[in-house]
Design a protein around this ligand. Structure first.
Ligand code: C2E
Ligand code: MG
Ligand code: MG
Ligand code: MG
Length: 284
């Protein structure tokens, strides 16, 4: 659009950039307020056994609704919080809420929590997380932390020492969005991981696109060899779930099983799943 404007181009761009900076600052101020007022909420998405749909754990996802700005996606406000140096109080508040909620779930169900790149650069992360778990009374063995390769790359040495120290406490580590970003197979050897989450861009194409199917097949084989659990993200159809099962992946999450839900709805989801499973067992 601006290209055609010839000499006016520079002005158009600088107005756009100024607008964007204004909007980011407005978002930042609103987010700061929301964090202090404890208005950023946490929802949970079921992670299920694909063989029977039974929940095995839940991923915590940040949710923020601002009166003026409306619903703001975490894909927007999490990176902004990192940029503006306010990710730490946000993460701590989220982890407290998420672990308190997870205390009421059956003990065999885990909580999966996304760590941001800032936390993988901060040598005090281990102590901060452990202090929260102790104050809430949440067993570290029920906590999984999701990290990304991009976050790892900022300072692999610090990131690895944080990961190792948390694993020593019993926390498990998942590599999120695997197959995107700065992916490298070698990375799987450099980080002590427990799980790999296949990005939904591959899952969404698995029944339509041969390359995606082969990529998923290769990831599953690789993880089997490295003794890593595989979790598929973004499963929306029965066909995708069947294909994943056929390829040897039996854990996943996606709209087919459940959208991210409030703590209350998760409680209902757990009860409903329990009833269905008991009924299934009785019929066997
Ligand atoms: P993610 O960790 O990869 O989370 C999965 C995203 O996929 C979530 O988006 C979830 O709602 C969405 N999703 C799940 N199943 C499906 C499906 O079947 N189809 C489709 N189309 N989407 C599905 P969401 O909640 O918008 O979060 C986006 C990203 O923001 C997350 O990606 C994560 O990187 C980040 N994020 C969210 N909450 C937090 C948080 O508390 N802390 C940090 N550091 N990052 C967070
Ligand atoms: Mg995640
Ligand atoms: Mg993911
Ligand atoms: Mg993803």
């Amino acid at each position: 659009r601006s290209k055609r404007r010839g000499r006016g181009q520079t002005t158009v761009y600088s107005v756009d950039i100024a607008e964007e900076m204004k909007r980011a600052t407005q978002l930042e101020q609103a987010l700061r307020r929301a964090i202090i007022a404890d208005e950023v909420d946490v929802h949970f998405q079921p992670i299920v056994d694909l063989r029977n749909g039974a929940p095995v754990g839940f991923e915590a996802l940040a949710r923020w609704h601002d009166d003026e700005l409306g619903f703001v996606s975490p894909a927007t406000f999490i990176p902004l919080a990192e940029e503006r140096g306010i990710i730490e109080p946000l993460t701590e508040a989220m982890l407290k809420k998420a672990t308190r909620t997870a205390l009421s779930w059956p003990v065999e169900m885990f909580l999966s929590f996304n760590l941001s790149s800032a936390q993988l650069l901060d040598p005090t992360t281990h102590d901060k997380i452990m202090a929260i778990l102790r104050s809430v009374g949440f067993d570290p063995r029920r906590l999984g932390l999701e990290i990304t390769e991009t976050a790892m790359m900022a300072d692999p040495e610090i990131a690895n020492s944080i990961i190792d120290s948390l694993r020593a406490e019993g926390v498990s580590i998942s590599l999120d969005d695997f197959g995107t970003g700065q992916s490298s197979l070698g990375r799987l050897r450099e980080i002590a991981l427990d799980k790999v989450k296949i990005d939904r861009t591959f899952v969404s194409e698995i029944t339509r696109d041969r390359p995606s199917e082969h990529i998923i097949k290769a990831i599953i084989a690789l993880c089997e060899g490295l003794d890593l659990e595989v979790v598929a993200e973004g499963i929306e159809t029965r066909e995708q779930a069947d294909k994943l099962l056929q390829l040897g992946c039996s854990i996943g999450q996606g709209y087919l099983y459940g959208r991210p839900m409030s703590a209350d709805r998760i409680q209902q989801f757990i009860s409903a799943a329990g009833t269905v499973l008991t009924a299934q067992q009785q019929f066997r």
